[in-house]
Design a protein around this ligand. Structure first.
Ligand code: DO4
Ligand code: MG
Length: 285
């Protein structure tokens, strides 16, 4: 079961539910106009199962515009949660190598602010590479959808776009390497009713194409994440309330080789099995 936000007419977001990846049941026709209160429901999968049987009108997915699945949720990101990410970052910077090494093993994870909801890029919209960066990569990541109570209520997929040269020059430049226009994209889908054990069996793939040719592809398994989902959500929600809920990217386990950088007009396609696809062209911002 997957939820989404979609439009059939400009600037009129609706809430959809898909059971088959082809059609959307229009939950807005049942009076559900916003995702946030729905995600706060006590027994969300049960409530959706009832709604799915209530004869709602439907739309073909290929006939609607899919939006990012956030309203007022802040997007945060965890880092260095996969061994691959730790190694790549230690290689990229002698200066900061110890910091990555330490945070991978420390009880407290690295968590940083990534995006306001209104700045999140939807599928098919361009993601950005900074005009003052020379080494840019996408980071394909599983994202936890967290309620205002700090509970993981669903999963989506995201792209934590990053400028590796800026991050590698000095770790204090991390916010500039990570947070700029079009640096955060989320897939349209929120998978609900999935346990952590099930999600850990999913794969995360990324394919980057340039002028019609694949120039990089890679895959990892969600099971490679070092930390538990509740552990990450608890750290995010310690001493901080999220009245509208939050989305937490869980870190990348796929890093292209050091000779690879994104170009303008490349296409980044991220696929998380169990969630679906996020595809964006690349532009310079
Ligand atoms: O420490 C830098 C950021 C790490 C990150 O974004 C990741 O591992 O995915
Ligand atoms: Mg990341």
């Amino acid at each position: 079961m997957k939820l989404c936000r979609f439009e059939t007419a400009p600037a009129q977001p609706r809430i959809g539910l898909t059971l088959d990846d082809k059609t959307l049941l229009d939950l807005t026709a049942a009076g559900i106009e916003r995702l946030t209160p729905l995600l706060e429901s006590d027994h969300l999968p049960k409530r959706l199962a009832v709604l799915a049987k209530s004869g709602l009108p439907s739309h073909r997915i290929d006939a609607v515009r899919l939006l990012a699945p956030v309203e007022r949720q802040e997007v945060w990101a965890a880092g260095v949660t996969y061994l691959r990410s730790k190694k790549a970052r230690m290689e990229e910077s002698d200066f900061s190598a110890t910091a990555y090494d330490k945070v991978y093993d420390a009880p407290r994870p690295e968590i940083f602010f990534k995006s306001l909801a209104e700045k999140v890029v939807a599928t098919a919209e361009p993601v950005g590479i900074r005009r003052d960066a020379k080494w840019n990569v996408p980071e394909p990541e599983l994202a936890l959808v967290i309620s205002s109570r700090g509970e993981v209520v669903g999963y989506t997929a995201g792209n934590d776009m990053s400028s590796r040269d800026i991050e590698g020059e000095n770790l204090l430049y991390l916010p500039q390497a990570k947070v700029y226009d079009r640096s955060c994209a989320l897939a349209p889908w929120i998978a609900v009713g999935v346990t952590e054990a099930q999600a850990r069996k999913w794969t995360i793939g990324v394919q980057i194409s340039r002028k019609g040719k694949v120039v990089f592809q890679g895959e990892t398994s969600v099971g490679q994440i070092k930390r538990g989902f509740a552990e990450l959500a608890d750290w995010l929600c310690t001493s901080q309330l999220f009245p509208h809920g939050a989305v937490l990217l869980t870190g990348t386990g796929v890093v292209p080789g050091d000779d690879f950088t994104l170009h303008a007009h490349d296409t980044v396609r991220i696929t998380v099995s169990g969630i679906g696809m996020l595809e964006n062209p690349v532009t310079v911002v």
